[in-house]
Design a protein around this ligand. Structure first.
Ligand code: ZN
Length: 212
């Protein structure tokens, strides 16, 4: 009999969370001979609509489901995973609240659930319902990236950049603006509510000094 188990993989952008999820699933399929069924939020079509693709290039076949996870989707997943040993959810922080009860139920059915997701948004706050998933996890894998400012290998934050500078709180109107995200360590991360012109100038000076 399979024992249920919940693995939650978290980290900032560019920490290869999806790659870690795919690598674990492929290992379970190839060497563990496990039946794996994977899902991802439907709106996430950055790379592919029927696969999870990591930034580095790992790929895994996955079904897209609406991120709100309406009861019809939950029922569909419970039906489709009847024979699965392992159920994976990519970008779990984009799913609605039902992801917690669904993960719990699948684990009670004796399956190994593997989810990955951002633990913090650009404000440095909890992203979606990832905190609830972390609370019920048997195993937590916290990945880091490399800080885009100082190169430290322990970047845990995702900084939103607008026009080359840390973004303030609130919506970004991208008419003529450019928006991007970069991983940063706690030292270099500027929380949006603390961004001021002075902070931006100060940070730029610090960066120049630390790179010299
Ligand atoms: Zn840094």
């Amino acid at each position: 009999m399979n024992r249920g188990f919940i693995t939650v993989i978290i980290g900032p952008m560019f920490s290869e969370k999806s790659g870690e999820l795919i690598r674990r699933c492929q290992k379970l399929m190839k060497y563990g001979r496990k039946h794996v069924k994977a899902y991802k939020p439907a709106e996430d079509d950055r790379f592919s609509t029927d696969e999870i693709v990591s930034r580095i290039g790992y790929r895994l076949t996955a079904a897209s489901v609406p991120r709100e996870l309406p009861s019809s989707s939950v029922e569909q997943i419970l039906r489709e995973t009847k024979d699965a040993d392992v159920v994976a959810f990519d970008e779990a922080s984009f799913f609605g609240k039902p992801i917690i009860a669904l993960t719990e139920e699948l684990a009670y059915q004796g399956k190994h659930i593997i989810v990955d997701g951002l633990n913090m948004d650009y404000r440095g706050k909890e992203f979606g319902y990832i905190g609830g998933l972390l609370a019920i996890a048997d195993e937590i894998v916290k990945l880091t990236s490399f800080c885009a400012v100082c190169g430290d290998a322990n970047a845990t934050f995702t900084q939103r950049i607008v026009n080359g500078k840390p973004a303030r709180l609130g919506p970004v109107f991208l008419i003529g603006d450019t928006e991007s995200y970069e991983p940063r360590c706690r030292c270099c991360f500027v929380p949006p509510h603390k961004v001021s012109e002075e902070d931006v100038e100060g940070l730029t000076d610090t960066n120049t000094a630390s790179q010299a």
